[in-house]
Design a protein around this ligand. Structure first.
Ligand code: PLP
Ligand code: COI
Length: 368
């Protein structure tokens, strides 16, 4: 379903007639942003069907979608999404981080969910088009950003179970602060012993809504236990770490090794994960992508061999994990300060993203 090479999409831009005033926007941006609660004035919409390919690219007012009640997405969950941020630099310019990597991952997700592949250049262009009209929504407070949520749904009205022949791609954007209520403070994680996030041969490596729907019940269990995220184990043996509901995970050993679960086919291949691996290598740390058993975590932390654990993702950035809890155990100390390696890599990653240090890997792309 790869789209044939074609001319870049031409956008129709219709500005919102009910955009927030400068004062209304400032009140939002200067308040407590949280994550995913506020949305900008506009959105991108691009249509696809089998006959025409990608067409009808628009920037228009943010607002409800009109969908046929038989649209395939509503019945069979044919949906994928991305998460990527825009960062305001000190000179006012607006940048994003590794958009090609997100564009490629959207294509891989599309392949798994039999949705059409948006060309990577069109993915980045869709972010640029939204920033052209909504750049004032990119916050400038420390640690804040504009979180883009690109997503694609099957729109064909047809109840037979087969890949839809019509789809739509959208981008909405949300000014965001820290994902976790306590900012970069260490969080508690709940080990899901009853539920897996993904199956062998399933959709775990794709960023599709169904994976997150499946994570909500264990996530609710985590919250009931006073934890802010849930850790999933491999779906076959229930022994090896996979990832958290919305983040990858790293363990730092006392001898300086930094370890993360290898890509198993059911883990989401995080762009932050890949960047952390690179920054760790740059620091001369030994990095290991391999199977990591839950016993290695429990025993390593208890024995002091594992000195730091952290989660990483676009929304979470890098968040220290203070404690891991399960039905009959708890390891770690939620009150211990965040680890040094965790915070050094976090500082370097965010320094690159906010333009405070040179971008030696060519990761940043200017949007405006
Ligand atoms: N794993 C899951 C399940 C996620 O939802 C995310 C977030 O996007 C990640 C890992 C981290 O991916 P990235 O660093 O590309 O945001
Ligand atoms: C992201 O980090 O972009 C995600 O999609 C994860 C989700 C928990 C918000």
């Amino acid at each position: 379903m790869t789209a044939p090479a074609s001319a870049p999409l031409a956008y129709r831009v219709a500005l919102s007639d009910h955009a927030r005033s400068d004062a209304q926007r400032a009140a939002i941006l200067e308040g407590d942003l949280g994550f995913g609660r506020h949305f900008t004035d506009h959105m991108v919409a691009i249509q696809w069907d089998k006959a025409q390919g990608w067409h009808d690219a628009q920037v228009h007012a943010y607002g409800p979608l009109v969908l046929d009640p038989a649209a395939a997405v509503l019945h069979y969950g044919q949906e994928i999404f991305e998460g990527i941020k825009a960062y305001r630099h000190a000179d006012g310019s607006v940048w994003t981080f590794r958009p090609d990597a997100n564009g490629q991952r959207l294509q891989r997700s599309a392949a798994r969910l039999t949705l059409p592949q948006l060309p990577v250049a069109e993915f980045t262009e869709s972010l640029r088009q939204l920033i052209a009209v909504d750049h004032a929504w990119v916050p400038s407070a420390p640690e804040s950003s504009l979180y883009f949520r690109p997503f694609m749904i099957a729109t064909e009205a047809f109840l037979g179970v087969r890949p839809a022949q019509a789809a739509a791609y959208f981008v909405i954007a949300s000014p965001a602060g820290a994902y976790f209520a306590r900012g970069v403070a260490p969080v508690s994680i709940w080990l899901s012993e009853d539920y897996a996030r993904a199956a062998k041969g399933g959709t775990g490596a794709a960023k599709c809504g169904g994976n997150y729907a499946a994570s909500l019940l264990p996530q609710q269990e985590a919250h009931a236990q006073g934890c802010s995220q849930v850790l999933f184990l491999d779906p076959v043996e229930g022994r090896y770490l996979e990832e958290l509901g919305g983040m990858n995970v790293f363990l730092v050993h006392r001898d300086g090794r930094i370890v993360t679960p290898e890509l198993s086919g059911s883990i989401l291949e995080g762009i932050t994960r890949a960047s952390v691996l690179q920054l760790a290598r740059d620091r001369g740390l030994v990095v290991e992508e391999r199977k990591v058993s839950i016993d290695e975590w429990k025993q390593g932390v208890a024995a002091g061999d594992i000195t730091e654990v952290f989660a990483c993702g676009t929304a979470a950035v890098i968040t220290p994990i203070g404690e891991l809890k399960g039905r009959d155990f708890a390891v770690g100390d939620i009150h211990a300060p965040a680890g040094e390696v965790t915070m050094a890599i976090r500082r370097e990653l965010t320094d690159i993203q906010y333009g405070r240090v040179p971008d030696r890997h060519g990761w940043m792309a200017r949007l405006r």
